[in-house]
Design a protein around this ligand. Structure first.
Ligand code: ZN
Length: 193
């Protein structure tokens, strides 16, 4: 498992990735084994501070992502947008099938206690604030920070956390960079290819 794998609209997930993926449950959702173990540790640490964080979404297969994609496109077209405009609008917040970090098993959408869907204002909640400070110590980063849309291709998502391993997560968080920048500047030191 390569915790630093880059998946975005320019770098789809290799088709064989799922073959070696081992999934384990964390917070009621499935995640890649190592990410799941660290997410469980994170959830426990938050609880010890009196903060309850729910896992809204973890691993998603490509088929599931395809279904989500088609559902959102038809919703926007039902509201009157043409196909091209619908694709552009949905593409700002939802990854194309094959390009979703959720298919790596390394990403989790997190929310406040009992949240059933992602919360646009999550970053302003106590749980959201706790995560921005502490998630890196468990190897997780806020994957789509504000002001980095031009690099990540995705709008600010205060709920979407990605496992990259502790060392990389702490460096990324403390430097205020995104994963694309980290891989650009530090890939020699941290990745083998
Ligand atoms: Zn997400």
């Amino acid at each position: 498992m390569d915790a630093l794998i880059l998946v975005n609209k320019f770098e789809p997930l290799p088709a064989c990735y799922a073959d070696s993926l081992i999934l384990t449950e964390a917070g009621g959702k499935f995640m890649e084994k190592q990410a799941a173990e660290q997410l469980e540790r994170l959830l426990k640490a938050a609880q010890a501070d009196g903060i309850f964080i729910s896992v809204i979404s973890g691993y998603r297969s490509d088929d599931y992502q395809q279904m989500l994609w088609e559902k959102e496109i038809s919703l926007e077209m039902g509201r009157g947008l043409g196909y091209k405009d619908a694709v552009a609008k949905v593409g700002r917040t939802l990854a194309l099938p094959g390009c979703s970090e959720h298919s790596t098993g390394l990403a989790a959408d997190l929310g406040t206690k009992d949240a059933e869907d992602v919360q646009p204002d999550f970053g302003r909640t106590t749980a959201g604030k706790w995560l921005t400070v502490n998630a890196c110590h468990y190897g997780f980063i806020l994957r789509y920070p504000p002001m980095k849309e031009h690099l990540t291709g995705i709008s600010y998502e205060p709920w979407h956390y990605r496992y990259v391993g502790r060392e990389a997560a702490e460096l990324i968080t403390e430097s205020g960079i995104c994963l694309e920048e980290f891989l650009h500047f530090y890939s020699d030191k941290y990745t083998s290819c």
